[in-house]
Design a protein around this ligand. Structure first.
Ligand SMILES: [Zn+2]
Length: 317
């Protein structure tokens, strides 16, 4: 028997899905398929946090009923999860300082809703190498992380952090056992975000808070950039707007307090890798300049308005 062609192999792991927010199947095409036949299909490398595969993605559609934007067809849920289990991403470690600053800021804003940590329990979903878990411990939470990547979990555990390998569907925790649950840059990667929110709802005690941070495809910057918006990439399955994000969280039972833009710190070197697809020349000039001046390790705050955090709470019983 002959080996399957790349496109046949690809079709094996792809599936059509209904809208995760409203269940309808009627869509309009928002951004056409940009993958080439010889791209790295089924490879974990496209699913790394720091993978520079900008502009390469399957068809991205918009629900004709509720407006949710999502990749369709997209890799099957088990294929998505398998890719994250296999992720090895040493480049991420170089971004550690910038992530620490970002997470310290995220945490301060979250604690404005939750109140002081005071030894209460926090769960970080998709904890990766545990940077947020570590920051949360530092401000007084008893923080646990859950993460599918074997590599990332081993790294986190070597640092003495309570990060367990798995996903919420594995049922590893007692219902209503957490006071706060966070999800940073994870929601857009999930195969079934509605299911994930329902799991979070069950794990949270009444009155507990969640923070969900993701991209906003309805932001001015995203609309101005159109198909050149840098977050259009294969590893992103769902593209929420502030409105659809609030709606899906509400539908899972939470009271949404606010959805607002929140930026992050980026190392200058990392920023130039993002610039490179647009202008090799400009990226080169910034790179050289930064290296010569020793600024390439500098973390700079960046807020284009296209990353948002939703804060919501589970109603008191
Ligand atoms: Zn819909």
């Amino acid at each position: 028997m002959s080996a399957p062609t790349p496109s046949a192999r690809h079709n094996d792991i792809m599936e059509q899905v209904p809208c995760n927010l409203c269940g309808h199947t009627e869509t309009t095409l928002r951004f056409p398929d940009t993958r080439q036949d010889n791209h790295l299909e089924g490879s974990w490398s496209a699913f790394c946090c720091t993978h520079p595969g900008y502009g390469v993605h399957p068809p991205i559609v918009q629900c004709a009923h509720c407006g949710l934007v999502y990749t369709n067809p997209r890799p099957r849920r088990d294929a998505i999860l398998h890719n994250y289990e296999e992720v090895v991403d040493p480049l991420y470690l170089q971004e550690r300082h910038a992530r620490e600053l970002t997470f310290q800021r995220h945490l301060r804003k979250f604690e404005a809703f939750t109140g002081p940590a005071a030894g209460r329990r926090l769960l970080d979903v998709g904890a990766y190498i545990g940077v947020f878990v570590e920051e949360a411990n530092r401000t007084g939470w008893r923080a646990t992380g859950i993460e599918p990547s074997t590599w990332a979990v081993e790294y986190a555990r070597e640092r003495g952090l309570d990060v367990v390998r798995g996903v919420l569907d594995d049922d590893l925790f007692e219902p209503a056992s957490f006071d706060a649950i966070t999800m940073w840059d994870v929601f857009e990667h999930l195969g079934d975000p509605m299911n994930e929110l329902q799991r979070m709802y069950d794990l949270l005690r009444p009155g507990g808070w969640i923070a969900v941070h993701t991209m906003d495809i309805g932001s001015l910057f995203a609309r101005m950039m159109g198909r050149r918006w840098p977050w259009l990439m294969e590893m992103h399955i769902y593209y929420f707007t502030s409105r659809t994000l609030a709606e899906i969280i509400r539908k899972a039972g939470f009271e949404v307090r606010t959805v607002r833009p929140e930026g992050r710190y980026l190392r200058l070197k990392y920023l130039t890798t993002r610039l490179r697809p647009y202008s090799t020349l400009l990226a080169g000039i910034v790179d050289d300049g930064a290296r010569l001046t020793g600024l390439d390790r500098l973390a700079i705050p960046l807020n284009m308005g296209d990353l948002v955090t939703a804060y919501a709470r589970k109603p008191e019983a």
